[in-house]
Write a protein that binds this ligand. Sequence first.
Ligand code: ADE
Length: 264
Amino acid sequence: MRIDVVTIFPDYLRALELSLIGRATTGGPLEIGIHDLRKWTHDRHRTVDDTPIGGGAGMVMKPDVWGEALDELLSAPPPARPDHEADQGGQGGGPSQGGAPVLIIPTPSGEVLTQRIAEDLATREHLVMACGRYEGIDARVAEHYASRGVEVRELSIGDYVLNGGEAAALVIIEAVARLLPGVLGNPDSVVEESHGASGLLEYPVHTRPVSWRGLEPDPALLSGDHGRIRRLRRDQAIARTAQRRPDLISRLDPASLDSADRAA
Ligand code: ADE
């Protein structure tokens, strides 16, 4: 997968050089390009914003500058795929969405990012992310590319407002990149986590020492009885989800619950 990010703060994205994502970009399944939006300006001041038409607070990012940047990046050919990946799609075995780039615009007025959206994006070959600042990017930019058949996803990472799209882009990239085959050391890590197939939050986890500051995990975890451990963890996941995220409980498929689940 290739991800191109356009921003006026390229250094903000340097965190992508670290840890598992950084490793995935050095000979791994991910290529990342960070681009300074000002490269596509033509005036002496390298202007990227202007006052809002119709008045109001703040500044709006100019569509003409974004248009030049995105025309160039959206028309770049996708990276060559190794033979064994051709026509297989991404993780999960779903159909490949092909090499058509997806334009992602992080914005607090977007659709809220979910694990399902991250899973879908992880099947794509090319993501182009447009990080706005100030009051955002002129709305015609999203409209223009959508009308030309580009898949445009305006995504929010939650119901709060950040100063720009960069932190949100980091979140989206991490949520997507960790799903690419070979990025996580242990692929099982993505199987049982929160927001996975069970629809529940993950159960609490513990490690040694068994007793710490007078606190001990449930003794069932030390029993070696895998059936008992599985049951305990499921009960804990249900209790935790009911307490913290009742909205997730009400969305559970009743057919996914057994009689012990209902008792929990
Ligand atoms: N830009 C500013 N706030 C944001 C948010 N909550 N999500 C995505 N992009 C943003």
